[in-house]
Write a protein that binds this ligand. Structure first.
Ligand code: FAD
Length: 454
């Protein structure tokens, strides 16, 4: 079967490239191959009742399927070059911002209208952070919420399904170069295309490495972010989250001069597990609908680790730490801050007696047996720094879930068009190592689609 363009992966990167191509060239023959399921069939079996923890499904419904890793996410589209990826280094700062705004407009027209756009511009909070040795990064953030995000995805799917051939539960196994373009192989079939857009995200990171090896595309990798997810009463952070929703705050530790940052803030949200290649880590999200909101706010505190030669396997390092927590806790572990500081494990009783009710059922344990000292010290310093701008953060009952790991896909060598050395083969989104967020991944999809349309 022949296509003009084959897109591999139906996450935000793949969806937005398909959308831009189909909208501007209705005659173009486009196929999307997705390892996971349709949106309606994506369901994580954890129900906190019969299935309490991750059972390592062959296809993780949280990470795979239409909507990609972002489908059940909080739908926070951060419009900024300060974090979320380095797309601007390839395409320029203004163009990157313009594309993120364009993605925002599409989201609004597909069901996101009425959602709020928050901004750090003119925020008093910036000064308060500076006074306390913290840095607030600049951004505008559209919070769709898990519920509205799903509606937007459903509407985008209905639009695309009439214009694009979707192949669900069809992981691509290999890509081969041939004289007219590329041959895309699945377990049972092969398909030809002139142009191929690869957008396989984090869940496709191992496969991406394999493909880069097979096609001799250079890569590099040297970063991983490791830390914990903090959960506390929403009221403690409401003066920040009501105004900014998501604040990215960076702290430089005194002891090691490492950067620790807040990440993925979810006011009135839930803590959830995430399964990447069989390793269970922690994440979070929150709903737009007040009826689905909780009394807690959660966010990650991450310490960035950049490795230098000769060590290259930064993701392997992060995986080993996550595996250790899985080994000790059977999945994600939770500890009260007070227990951590007293050097003892948390128990179900201590957690039950605390004033913060966990939104995720995790195994009470001792994070100091899992996290390297340097990372744990950084997290503890940051908690005390945040306590100055949000008093109560360092309370004994604050819950810490571990571990949270942000794996960075290795960076694939791409030119400014996000094209590999094989003309017509583009790599976008988180799978390229260029982006780490919904807005950047989506923007990279639009960017490459426009290059192809030209
Ligand atoms: C729980 C959670 C919450 C998050 N919250 C936010 C948030 O609020 N804001 C934010 O900016 N970011 C958030 N993120 C990150 C965000 O979801 C990602 O940055 C974004 O989805 C990346 O988009 P992508 O298209 O590059 O990749 P993905 O969304 O990962 O999509 C890649 C797709 O490719 C498919 N695939 C992989 N390999 C193959 C193959 N060989 N063949 C066919 N298909 C394949 C996968 O099944 C997947 O569906 C969150 C992530 C998680 C897990």
């Amino acid at each position: 079967m022949k296509y003009d363009v084959i897109i591999i992966g139906a996450g935000p990167g793949g969806i937005f490239s398909a959308y831009e191509l189909a909208k501007n060239d209705p005659k173009m023959k486009i196929a999307v191959f997705e390892a996971g399921n349709t949106l309606s069939k994506r369901k994580c079996p954890i129900d906190n009742d019969e299935v309490k923890g991750c059972i390592n499904c062959k296809n993780c419904s949280i990470m795979s399927g239409f909507g990609g890793a972002g489908a059940f996410s909080d739908g926070k589209y951060n419009i900024t070059n300060d974090f979320g990826g380095t797309l601007h280094e390839y395409i320029g700062k203004q163009k990157a911002l313009d594309l993120m705004h364009y993605v925002d407009e599409i989201n609004l027209s597909f069901g996101g209208e009425g959602t709020k756009l928050y901004s750090t511009a003119d925020s008093n909070f910036k000064k308060i952070c500076e006074q306390n040795h913290l840095k607030l990064l600049d951004a505008s953030v559209r919070h769709l919420g898990t519920d509205v995000n799903r509606i937007v995805l459903e509407n985008l799917y209905n639009y695309l399904a009439e214009r694009v051939d979707f192949f669900f539960l069809t992981p691509v196994t290999h890509i081969e170069k041939d004289k007219n373009g590329f041959r895309v192989l699945t377990e049972n079939d092969s398909y030809e295309c002139e142009k191929c857009i690869v957008s396989v995200g984090r869940s496709g990171s191992k496969w991406m490495e394999q493909i880069c090896g097979e096609l001799d595309i250079p890569t590099k990798s040297n970063r991983v972010d490791i830390g914990v997810r903090v959960e506390l009463p929403a009221s403690l952070f409401s003066h920040i989250t009501d105004e900014l929703y998501e604040s990215k705050i960076v702290y430089r530790t005194e002891k090691f001069e490492d950067n620790v940052r807040t990440f993925c803030m979810n006011p009135h949200g839930c803590v959830v597990t995430e399964n990447t290649n069989g390793i269970v880590t922690v994440n979070g999200h929150s709903y737009n609908d007040p009826a689905l909101q909780t009394e807690n706010t959660n966010f990650a505190l991450l310490v960035s680790k950049h490795f230098t030669d000769p060590f290259k396997d930064s993701n392997g390092y992060g995986e080993s730490i996550a595996r250790l927590s899985n080994m000790l806790g059977g999945g994600v572990m939770v500890q009260r801050f007070g227990d951590l500081m007293r050097g003892r494990r948390s128990t179900e009783k201590r957690i039950e007696e605390g004033f913060v009710t966990p939104t995720l059922q995790a195994e009470p344990g001792d994070l100091s047996l899992v996290l390297p000292k340097r990372i744990l010290d950084g997290v503890i310093e940051m908690i005390y720094a945040l306590d100055k701008i949000a008093p109560g953060t360092a309370n004994d009952d604050t819950l810490l879930y571990g571990v949270e790991v942000k794996f960075y896909n290795m960076e694939v060598e791409l030119d400014d068009d996000l094209e590999t050395k094989h003309k017509g083969l583009y790599i976008i989104g988180d799978g390229s190592g260029v982006t780490h967020s919904l807005s950047h991944a989506s923007a990279s999809g639009v960017y490459v689609a426009r290059k192809i349309l030209k």
